[in-house]
Design a protein around this ligand. Structure first.
Ligand code: GH3
Ligand code: MG
Ligand code: MG
Ligand code: MG
Ligand code: MG
Length: 312
């Protein structure tokens, strides 16, 4: 711990520095306010002992400057040294940012008590800062986890719902079309029943990764909607564009070549995709339900058409 003593009277400074050194503390001494501020900048001490009456810049001004030099979250304890504790002086000492005061000549016992008290406060304060930082990190992680699907790592249903609401509202302001894809793995019950749930899980992860790779623009989002069903939100996208993304997804999943001998489609895992596009009316904030319904109905048609298909 480094202590900066700013005191113009040499005898008083020498005594205080001697006492501090005996306590095992490192001391630096400045003989006037100006050099005190400079030393503060250079040495960044852990504690400042500050005389009030000095030629040139007095202790009040020095304390004020030190508080201005501190960055957000910094705090260096300042203990004033005063010849007589007048109420006026103490009042000002507090106003300019002082934390405590010592009456000269400084008693070794009182000095020790006050330095230790400041040290304890500083330690508690830095523990608190560390804790606050950890809490912030934990909070961020919780926020992230609350929007991520645990199995596949892509967006979860909650994030999907929030995004759909938001994008629908945005589209209702901008008058731009909003497209939705609902993607369902074909005969996935048969896949699970024959290859096992664990292989099924691995399959879902691969499907999710591939679907995400097929997105084209930053605002596009694909989420695990539930079970073996996924959904993609494509803002400012016409049906043509949505179908192009859907076809890339369909072909991409088929191209993974995950064997599924029990599927009626291609001998590999495939998906069926329902697409719908709507341009919300101005001020229509809740019509996204009809967009979901239209995509679901399209998905049903894709399934009926033989699976591994798109429908709109
Ligand atoms: P369809 O082609 O008509 O969609 O048939 P399907 O078998 O895929 O549809 P169904 O809805 O009958 O079955 C879905 C299956 O998906 C049921 C369940 O075993 C499986 N499933 C849902 N969630 C998970 C999961 O998290 N992991 C695994 N391994 N399987 C899941
Ligand atoms: Mg003085
Ligand atoms: Mg299915
Ligand atoms: Mg089904
Ligand atoms: Mg399903």
């Amino acid at each position: 711990m480094k202590v900066l003593v700013i005191e113009d009277t040499v005898t008083s400074a020498t005594l205080v520095c001697h006492q501090l050194t005996k306590m095992g503390l490192l001391t630096v001494h400045a003989r006037d306010g100006e050099s005190g501020v400079e030393m503060f900048k250079r040495d960044r001490p852990d504690l400042v002992l500050l005389d009030i009456i000095m030629p040139g810049m007095d202790g009040f001004e020095v304390a004020h400057r030190i508080r201005q030099l501190e960055q957000d979250g910094d705090w260096t304890p300042i203990i004033f040294l005063t010849a007589r504790a007048s109420e006026n002086d103490l009042q000002r000492a507090i106003e300019v940012g002082g934390d405590d005061y010592l009456v000269k000549p400084v008693s070794e016992v009182v000095l020790k008590a006050k330095v230790n008290a400041m040290r304890r406060i500083a330690q508690m304060r830095s523990s608190l800062l560390v804790l606050t930082r950890k809490l912030d990190d934990a909070n961020r992680e919780l926020t992230r986890l609350s929007s991520v699907d645990g199995l596949t790592g892509i967006a979860n249903r909650r994030r999907f719902d929030e995004t759909l609401h938001r994008e629908w509202r945005r589209a209702s302001r901008t008058g731009k079309p909003l497209s939705l894809l609902v993607i369902d793995v074909d005969h996935f019950k048969l896949f699970n029943d024959n290859y096992g749930h664990q292989v099924g899980d691995e399959c879902l992860k691969a499907v999710a990764r591939t679907l995400e790779q097929m997105l084209r623009r930053p605002p596009d989002l694909v989420a695990r909607y539930g079970g073996e069903e996924f959904a993609a939100i494509l803002p400012e996208t016409e049906l043509d564009g949505a179908l192009a993304v859907a076809e890339a997804m369909r072909a991409g999943i088929e191209g993974l070549g995950i064997t599924h001998r029990f599927s009626s489609t291609a001998g590999v895992v495939t998906v069926s995709i329902g697409a719908a596009t709507m341009t919300p009316d101005r001020g229509d904030e809740h019509g996204f339900v009809s967009l979901l319904k239209a995509s679901d109905e399209a998905l049903y048609r894709a399934k009926k058409n033989g699976r591994n298909k798109l429908a709109a």
